[in-house]
Design a protein around this ligand. Structure first.
Ligand code: DC
Length: 261
């Protein structure tokens, strides 16, 4: 793997990490996915889209006619699925569902799956297992705050409501779907609320995450600035990053106090 970031002067070659998790969280529409994917590519890391896991379980429940309010059945279903993630490609029991999980129907039904505490525990464990021994840029809602608490580099990506809604509108327009900005804002507010009040895995910035505002910045500027931040964080001599088989054992206390915000 080309861990370009570690070829600089800050770390000896022998310190090149075998495993490190960069956790990116933030509300819907802040650009996490695009940014995380580009960062992973430029760092030579792998990309983990945790929202795709929640989407895959929701998609499976819908297509199998399982009652989404039946939390036990959803858990049994989730435990039986084989979900494979490879960049943006998602397969469910060997079938490509990369596009199928992005429909409005899946998006509107996902709350019941994301709110299911036992399903969250299962998916969180899958995420840790997936990341073990790898260099990963992961994105979601709870990656820095819950799943990878010991990640040495956490980013909380935010943008104003208006900017997020405008981006969403443009994205939909490219797909030939035209929706009024007010309606998009309304849907976004409801989604934000749902993400923030979730009893477990709620969207929140981890205490040691860097809050990064993307308003007014181009995608290239965001990626470039985040790369610099990541480089700086991972170059901290006290940031324990070379623990190939136990990424979760990385200690956030190992970060200098000045890095705590
Ligand atoms: O990032 P996304 O839009 O693909 O996520 C889909 C949904 O999954 C979103 O409503 C919140 C939920 N989700 C979550 O609860 N925890 C995560 N780590 C990722 C996504």
């Amino acid at each position: 793997m080309n861990n370009r970031i570690f070829e600089g002067a800050h770390l000896e070659l022998g310190d090149k990490p075998q495993s490190v998790v960069i956790a990116i969280d933030g509300p819907a529409g802040a650009g996490k996915s695009t940014v995380a994917k580009l960062l992973a590519k430029s760092l030579g890391f792998e990309f983990l889209d945790t929202g795709a896991m929640y989407r895959a379980v929701t998609y499976a429940a819908i297509t199998r006619g399982i009652d989404l309010s039946d939390s036990q059945s959803i858990l049994i279903l989730a435990s039986s699925l084989e979900i494979q993630l490879d960049g943006s490609n998602v397969t469910l029991n060997g079938i490509d569902i990369s596009e199928a999980i992005r429909t409005p129907e899946v998006g509107q039904s996902i709350g019941a799956v994301a709110d299911n505490v036992q399903v969250r525990a299962l998916l969180s464990q899958w995420q840790r297992d997936w990341a073990r021994g790898r260099c990963v840029v992961t994105e979601g809602r709870d990656q820095g705050s819950e799943v990878f608490k010991d990640s040495p580099c956490k980013i909380f990506l935010v943008a104003s409501n208006e900017e997020r809604a405008k981006r969403r509108q443009e994205e939909l327009s490219k797909k030939g779907i035209d929706i009024d900005l007010v309606e998009i804002l309304d849907q976004q507010n409801r989604r934000d609320h749902q993400d923030r009040i979730r009893p477990v895995g709620a969207l929140r910035r981890a205490d040691d995450a860097i809050e990064f505002h993307t308003d007014g910045l181009s995608l290239e500027q965001v990626v470039e600035q985040l790369e610099a931040i990541i480089h700086q964080r991972l170059s901290q001599p006290t940031a324990k990053i070379n623990e190939p088989h136990h990424p979760s054992s990385l200690s956030k206390q190992s970060l200098p106090a000045s890095e705590a915000e």
